[in-house]
Write a protein that binds this ligand. Structure first.
Ligand code: UT7
Length: 325
C-alpha cells in the first residue's frame, strides 16, 4: 500500500520581546542610524518583530514551537522517529540544533539533523521528511524552522537590520494512507551565494571574516519573484492541480511586495494569502511554519484545505510544497 505523509499538528513560538517599528527606529536613532516607520512599512509591510533575550538560542524557540505542535497532534515527544530543524542560526557550530532540541524534548534514538537552506530551510526540511516517510524510513517526524537572526544582524546597516526577527514554527508530519503532501519542488543555484550571506567563519579559535548578514536586497527581490512563481507552478503541475484549487498561499514572509507579486502571478486574491510579516518580520526558516500555525490557530486554515507553501532564500535556494491539510 502506498504511504503518504500528512501534517497532524502545527505549533509556533515568538520570543516575548516585541519591537514595533517606532521602538526600533528610536533605538537605531540613538546609535546614529537614520530610518523611519514609513519607509519600513511601505517598502516591506513590516510593523513589528520579536527578538530573543540574551542567551536564548534557536533550540529554545524550537522547543516551545515543537511542544505546541506535538500537543496539537496528540503525539508524545518519545514517539517521534525523525527530527529535522531548518536553521541558519544554530546554537553551536556542532552538534546540530536538532540534536540539542532532541535532548531538550527528551526524545532518544530518532535521527536528528539540521538543514541549512536559509529562508527555504523549512521547505527543504519538510520535503526531506516527506521523502523519508514515503520511503518507510520514518513514521512520525518533527519538522521545525527556528532562527535567532537578531544575532547576525548589523545594527549599523539600516538596509537589513529593520527586516528580520526571531521565532520558530514546527509541524508533526505522520505517515498516512491518504495524502497529505501532494507535491514538492526544491532548487538551488550556487552562483548567487554573494547576494545574501554571512561570509564569516570560525577558524583557529577566532571568527574570521564578516560574521554579519549582508544582502543585495534588489537582486534578491528580483530573483525571488521569478523563482517563487516557477516553484509554485511546478508543484501544481506535479499534483495535476491549478492555482484556483489552492485555498491558502502561505509564502515566506520576507516582504509584503514579494508576497503580493507571488499571489498576482497565480491570480490569487490577497485574502487567500496568510500574511504575518507585519507582526514578525522576516524570520527566515521559521517564517513559513509560523505563518501556517497562525493560519491554523486563527481558524482560517482548515483540515481538508489545499495549501501552497513556498520560500526563497540565501544559497540561492527556493522551493514549494503543495499539500492537503
Ligand atoms: O529572506 C530572504 C529573502 N529576502 C528578501 O526577500 C529581501 C528582498 N529584498 C527586499 O525586500 C527589498 O529589496 C528591501 C526591502 C531590502 C529594500 O527595498 P527596495 O525597495 O529594494 O529599496 P532599495 O534597496 O532600492 O533602497 C531604496 C532607498 C535607498 O535610498 P536612495 O539610494 O534611493 O537614496 C536606500 O538607501 O531606500 C533607502 N533605504 C532606507 N531608507 C530608510 C534602505 N533601507 C532604508 C531604511 N530606512 N531602513
Amino acid at each position: 500500500m502506498k504511504i503518504y505523509s500528512r501534517i497532524t499538528g502545527t505549533g509556533s513560538f515568538l520570543p516575548p520581546r516585541r519591537l514595533t517599528n517606532a521602538e526600533l527606529v528610536a533605538e537605531l536613532a540613538g546609535q546614529g542610524i537614520e530610518t523611519n516607520e514609513e519607509w519600513i512599512v511601505e517598502r516591506t509591510g513590516i510593523r513589528a518583530r520579536h527578538f530573543a533575550a540574551d542567551g536564548v538560542c534557536s533550540s529554545d524557540l524550537a522547543l516551545e514551537a515543537s511542544r505546541n505542535a506535538l500537543q496539537a497532534a496528540g503525539v508524545d515527544a518519545k514517539e517521534i522517529d525523525l527530527i529535522i530543524v531548518g536553521t541558519s542560526t544554530p546554537d553551536m557550530v556542532f552538534p546540530s540544533t536538532a540534536c540539542i532540541l532532541q535532548g531538550k524534548l527528551g526524545n532518544q534514538g530518532a535521527p536528528a539533523f539540521d538543514v541549512q537552506a536559509v529562508c527555504s530551510g523549512f521547505i527543504y526540511a519538510l520535503t526531506v521528511a516527506d521523502a523519508m516517510i514515503r520511503s518507510g524510513a520514518a513514521k512520525k517526524a518533527l519538522v521545525v524552522g527556528a532562527e535567532v537572526f537578531s544575532r547576525i544582524l548589523d545594527f549599523k546597516d539600516r538596509t537589513t537590520c529593520v527586516l528580520f526577527g526571531d521565532g520558530a514554527g514546527a509541524v508533526v508530519l505522520e505517515a498516512s494512507k491518504t495524502p497529505g503532501i501532494l507535491a514538492t519542488d526544491l532548487h538551488a543555484d550556487g552562483k548567487y551565494t554573494d547576494i545574501l550571506c554571512v561570509p564569516g567563519h570560525v577558524s583557529g579559535g577566532q571568527v574570521l571574516g564578516d560574521p554579519l548578514l549582508r544582502m543585495d536586497g534588489q537582486a534578491v527581490f528580483k530573483l525571488a519573484v521569478g523563482v517563487l512563481d516557477e516553484a509554485a507552478r511546478a508543484v501544481l503541475a506535479k499534483a495535476g492541480l491549478v492555482a484556483a484549487d489552492v485555498d491558502w498561499l502561505i509564502p515566506h514572509q520576507a516582504n509584503i511586495r514579494i508576497m503580493q507579486s507571488a499571489a498576482r502571478k497565480l491570480k490569487l486574491p490577497m485574502d487567500k494569502v496568510i500574511v504575518t510579516v507585519d507582526q514578525h518580520g522576516n524570520t527566515s526558516a521559521a517564517s513559513v511554519p509560523l505563518a501556517l500555525d497562525a493560519g491554523v490557530r486563527s481558524g482560517r486554515v482548515l483540515p481538508g484545505q489545499t495549501l501552497m507553501l513556498e520560500a526563497v532564500g540565501g544559497g540561492f535556494t527556493w522551493g514549494a510544497v503543495l499539500l492537503k491539510l
